[in-house]
Design a protein around this ligand. Structure first.
Ligand SMILES: *Cc1c(COP(=O)(O)O)cnc(C)c1O
Length: 236
């Protein structure tokens, strides 16, 4: 076996192990794994790793930096992948991200929606982008996400956008709190969004160390990186 084949084999094993862990957590929560979308977070890894994942059947990949996501999605345009943008998005980069993003999980302010709304894809005028409201589960405004008292206003703004399709909420569990209690709060915020938009029932939550707690709390979109990709290289 070449080094490259050995690398793909190891990647495939880790992917299967995570898929099995997801199935166990879903079973324990009385849910079906079919309700769950696994997004493999490939940030800092080369495009070649994303290609290997695609070969292993992965369709949904997550990136948190615009320039890197733009480069990789262009390099891998021959693959039928859904690119999920999961990081802080600068207003001035928003329209560029709209070109490749299938979903944006980090909608955290109305000005970002204003910027995205200026985007038009001449080749696909009817295209929409799935939007998740990122909610800050801490009291520190420096962390990403809209504060809970801004949820309804932001949801209404996204619902008025012709480009964005409101799918639900997203959050990262704070390090200083038990994931289960943080995700229970997120489920309550999801209820608030669904009372405005019943179809916006998705919950993007759960990473390498807390996906089981997220599944127990109702997560529908898991963003899992290092458990599948191995340790991340240093950012470029
Ligand atoms: C990096 C990242 C992940 C994946 O983290 P892992 O711990 O490697 O699974 C998920 N969500 C966001 C927002 C991230 O930035």
């Amino acid at each position: 076996m070449s080094n490259e084949q050995a690398g793909i084999a190891a990647l495939g094993e880790r992917l299967e192990r995570v898929r099995a862990g997801i199935a166990d957590a879903a079973g324990a929560a009385g849910r079906s794994a079919d309700e769950l979308t696994l997004i493999v977070v490939t940030k800092f890894h080369p495009a070649s790793l994303v290609r290997d994942l695609a070969e292993l059947g992965v369709r949904d990949v997550g990136e948190n930096r615009h320039q890197e996501a733009q480069e990789k999605s262009a390099e891998l345009a021959d693959l039928d992948l859904n690119w999920h943008f999961i990081g802080q998005l600068q207003t001035k980069k928003a329209r560029q991200a709209a070109r490749y993003a299938h979903a944006i999980h980090s909608i955290d302010r109305e000005r970002l929606v204003d910027a995205l709304d200026g985007f038009e894809d001449p080749e696909r005028p009817d295209r929409t982008i799935d939007a998740f409201l990122q909610i800050n589960l801490t009291d520190d405004p420096g962390r990403g996400g809209v504060a809970p008292d801004g949820i309804e206003g932001l949801a209404e703004r996204v619902l008025a956008s012709p480009l964005l399709r409101l799918r639900g909420v997203m959050a990262v569990a704070p390090i200083e709190e038990e994931a289960a209690s943080a995700f229970a709060r997120l489920a309550g915020y999801s209820d608030r969004v669904r009372s405005l938009a019943p179809e916006a029932d998705a919950i993007s939550a759960g990473m390498t160390h807390d996906f089981a707690e997220a599944i127990a709390a109702g997560a529908t979109h898991l963003r899992i990186g290092s458990a599948i990709t191995g340790n991340r290289p240093d950012p470029r």
